[in-house]
Design a protein around this ligand. Structure first.
Ligand code: NAP
Ligand code: ZN
Ligand code: ZN
Length: 349
């Protein structure tokens, strides 16, 4: 099927129109006409080849919500007309121990990302959600809760699950003090989710203009991270700090704020390394620096159902696809409240 999209042709060219072939749905596949696609900072890293692994042309987009338009013979859970969602993965080896535990994001075989991954069906690369439609195995499609706005649900498929998974892994709940670093797409979901889980939430931001929003979104306290005195007041007090900043920065400023056995969990994926944290800062309080990547399919559905029960959506700014390059520039200036979502009807217009 000929499918219209927006793609980057090189690391330095703006995204523009591009057409490619999607496969016809096989027996286990769901075909989804895309309505909304969020813009993740990973889309920018990839379109600009900042991780040095992009095969061009690349069609980014992994926060996808749409309507099912066809299903294969073996599909049981979806029918045409249903809302459905796709996140960062469209397949995995399905056999390794991580896949067996429902942790496909840590697949030790070959996980297939929604874009810029070798495509088992076409022999080319996978193309993502800045496109008219996607065809995906049913087991990698998610059900969209009926009480949430579909456009404001799209960012949950990456930003939402990427924060939900570490919050669950570190068993965040009432009585925990949790820090969220950076109020962007990931960070604003972290504030909402940690608040809904009952934690005492402290937002760290570099943007003084985001203090009020931080509180409105669910932070109990907001700290301007450039203010050393304000930072110092939180020394040795956090169980968990989740850091989604997209550029290298001083991690010691946050390690110092962890209590004994506390964890700094890194989510941001800058292309250059962070300066190394001081060893004594870690060993003298058995502190940990950890990382986490998205979440498995089962947990992603659990997150969507949690958001449904707590009426949690992303705060979004809807844009036509023709504004995608401008949106990238604004994200690089931390000027997004708090996720751009592309209205895919603009591609069909
Ligand atoms: P985003 O919306 O652009 O937000 C990034 C935030 O980082 C900004 O809003 C800003 O928050 C802060 N920031 C930006 N420049 C900064 C600077 N120079 N110094 C300090 N803080 C700065 O990006 P996103 O979509 O949330 O993604 C964030 C990172 O996570 C990216 O690297 C992305 O690739 C990565 N990511 C990882 C996963 C995973 O599974 N681990 C999943 C998705 C994305 P303030 O204005 O509040 O300071
Ligand atoms: Zn993402
Ligand atoms: Zn696997």
């Amino acid at each position: 099927m000929k499918t219209r999209s927006f793609a980057a042709q090189t690391a330095t060219s703006p995204l523009g129109q591009f057409s490619f072939e999607r496969r016809e749905p096989g027996a286990e596949d769901v075909q989804i006409d895309i309505l909304h696609c969020g813009i993740c900072h990973s889309d920018i890293h990839t379109a600009r080849n900042e991780w040095h692994n992009t095969i061009f042309p690349v069609v980014p987009g992994h926060e996808i919500v749409g309507r099912v338009s066809a299903v294969g013979k073996g599909v049981k859970g979806f029918e045409p007309g249903d809302l459905a969602a796709v996140g960062c993965m469209v397949d995995s080896c399905r056999e390794c121990s991580s896949c067996a535990e429902g942790l496909e994001q840590y697949c030790e075989g070959s996980m297939v990302l929604t874009y810029n991954s070798p495509d088992r069906h076409t022999g080319g690369m996978t193309y993502g959600g800045y496109s008219e439609r996607i065809v995906v195995a049913e087991r990698f499609a998610l059900r969209v809760p009926g009480n949430l706005d579909p456009a404001a649900t799209a960012p949950l498929l990456c930003a939402g699950i990427t924060l939900y998974s570490p919050l669950r892994h570190w068993k965040v709940g009432k009585g925990n003090k949790v820090g969220i670093v950076g109020l962007g797409g990931l960070g604003h979901m972290g504030v909402k989710l940690a608040h809904a889980m009952g934690a005492h939430v402290v937002l760290f931001t570099t943007s003084a203009s985001k203090v009020e929003d931080g509180r409105r979104l669910g932070a109990d306290e907001v700290v301007i991270s450039r203010d050393a005195d304000a930072m110092k007041k939180h020394t040795r007090s956090f169980d968990l700090i989740i850091n989604s900043v997209s550029v290298p920065h001083d991690l010691d400023a946050y390690v110092t704020l962890l209590r004994r056995d506390g964890t700094l969990c890194l989510l941001g994926a800058p292309s250059e390394p962070h300066p190394s944290p001081a060893i004594f800062n870690l060993i003298l309080a058995r502190r940990r620096i950890a990382g986490s990547v998205i979440g498995g399919i089962r947990e992603t559905q659990e997150m969507l159902d949690f958001c449904s029960a707590h009426e949690i959506e992303s705060d979004i700014e809807r844009i036509p696809i023709q504004k995608v390059n401008e949106a990238y520039e604004r994200m690089l200036r931390s000027d997004v409240k708090y996720r751009f979502v592309i209205d895919m009807a603009s591609l069909r217009a």
